[in-house]
Design a protein around this ligand. Structure first.
Ligand SMILES: Cc1ncc(COP(=O)(O)O)c(C=O)c1O
Length: 386
């Protein structure tokens, strides 16, 4: 019987034990034992897929990985302890001294640090291209370019990059094309349809969806993921089996949650876009988004986040956060509880004004992660805080 990907994902699970449990058990174990020396030798010689040690593989982690493969339409995956370890492994597995990476300055802060501060320490060069100018992506390709790395929608500015155009470019020049799909989730967008070789996630966000565990994953072909597996097996960013078990359960409700998060975000952005305290508001599925056509082409919904620029800059941004009565002030997103953040006074406060501008953090930028509270309660809290 052929199943819709979401049904297939929900029905993908670790093999049932003799107890006939309906829900998957949690394999909370560091290592696995063998009946005899020959079996152990064969496992270490990679002659079979037996589990050896949970830094390499674990059934609970495998269940989460298999479910994500179904959702992202990818052959294989490796789950990691956080989104950042997935980002790091996806780049460092494939790039070495003298190689070059193309990315975009509209990118998550820690990924920006990896690209601009950590990669150069290993002799890996990078070029940042402007988010809106696809022609400059091709102009940035050099003889030593190995990878294009991007996220769309971007964090926190919700800019979009045409995944197909960049995918075609990567293919033309034989580059590994890696997309961080954290903001859209596989429910909202499938990078594999546009040529992505690798898809990266912070599972900490929408995949968990309740702000409980850290996790990450990289998905791709068997060949590429085997390389990532070898890198991670020795460097050790394994996902905890407990976190994997939590994440697997979360995936079962991902589609229904994302539909509601997205419809709340769409409603709120429509209601707020012309508010006099705001100079602009961005949501991928609003016609006023500068890249609305790209959003409609590559996304199935606009996602659960929107952002706006408060008039009055830094001071009003701080005041807005202080005025909130229900929304959480916290450094996360993708939760059942709505969250407001003001990057200029928090995550990016240590940067100079110029540095903030370079990564598209304007003084009054507010990012809202829409939760699952009633949409009118979220709206009323934002309105009274404005
Ligand atoms: C787009 C994006 N990628 C990666 C990460 C890193 O994920 P983690 O915090 O799980 O390491 C984040 C975290 O906010 C993110 O927003």
């Amino acid at each position: 019987m052929s199943l819709h990907p979401v049904s297939k994902m929900i029905r993908t699970r670790v093999e049932q034990t003799n107890e006939m449990e309906h829900s998957s058990p949690l394999f909370l174990t560091s290592s696995f034992s063998f009946d005899n020396a020959e079996e152990m030798r064969a496992a270490f010689a990679d002659e079979n897929d037996d589990n050896i040690y949970s830094r390499f593989s674990n059934p609970s982690v495998q269940e989460f990985t298999d479910r994500m493969c179904v959702l992202e339409g990818m052959e294989s995956g490796f789950a990691t302890s956080s989104g950042m370890s997935a980002v790091f492994a996806s780049i460092l597995t494939f790039l070495k001294k003298g190689d070059h990476l193309i990315s975009c300055n509209a990118i998550f802060g820690s990924t920006h640090t990896v690209i601009t501060k950590i990669l150069p320490k290993y002799g890996i060069e990078y070029t940042y291209v402007p988010v809106y100018d696809i022609a400059s992506w091709e102009a940035a390709v050099q003889d030593n370019t190995k990878m294009i790395y991007l996220e769309s929608p971007t964090n926190p500015g919700l800019d979009l990059i045409d995944l197909k155009e960049v995918g075609d470019l990567a293919k033309k020049h034989g580059l590994i094309y890696c997309v961080d799909n954290c903001f859209a989730t596989p429910i909202g967008q499938l990078p594999v349809e546009f040529g992505a070789d690798l898809v990266v996630h912070s599972a900490t966000k929408w995949l968990d969806g309740q702000g409980r565990v850290l996790g990450g994953i990289v998905l791709g072909s068997k060949k590429l993921i085997h390389e990532i597996y070898l890198f991670c097996r020795s460097t050790g960013p394994a996902l905890s089996p407990f976190n994997a078990w939590v994440l697997s359960r979360s995936l079962e409700t991902l589609e229904v949650r994302m539909e509601r998060h997205a419809s709340n975000a769409f409603y709120l952005s429509q209601q707020l876009q012309n508010h006099p305290a705001i100079s602009w508001l961005k949501y991928p599925f609003l016609e006023s988004h500068p890249q609305y056509a790209i959003a409609k082409k590559q996304m199935k919904n606009g996602g659960g986040l929107f952002c706006f620029e408060l008039k009055g800059g830094l001071d009003n941004g701080r005041k807005f956060l202080d005025n909130l009565k229900m929304l959480s002030r916290t450094a996360n997103l993708g939760d059942t509880r709505s969250i407001a953040s003001h990057p200029a006074s928090t995550t990016h406060a240590k940067l100079t004004e110029e540095e903030r501008q370079a990564v598209n953090i304007t003084p009054g930028l507010i990012r809202i992660s829409c939760g699952l509270e009633h949409r009118d309660d979220i709206l009323n809290d934002i309105l009274q805080a404005l």
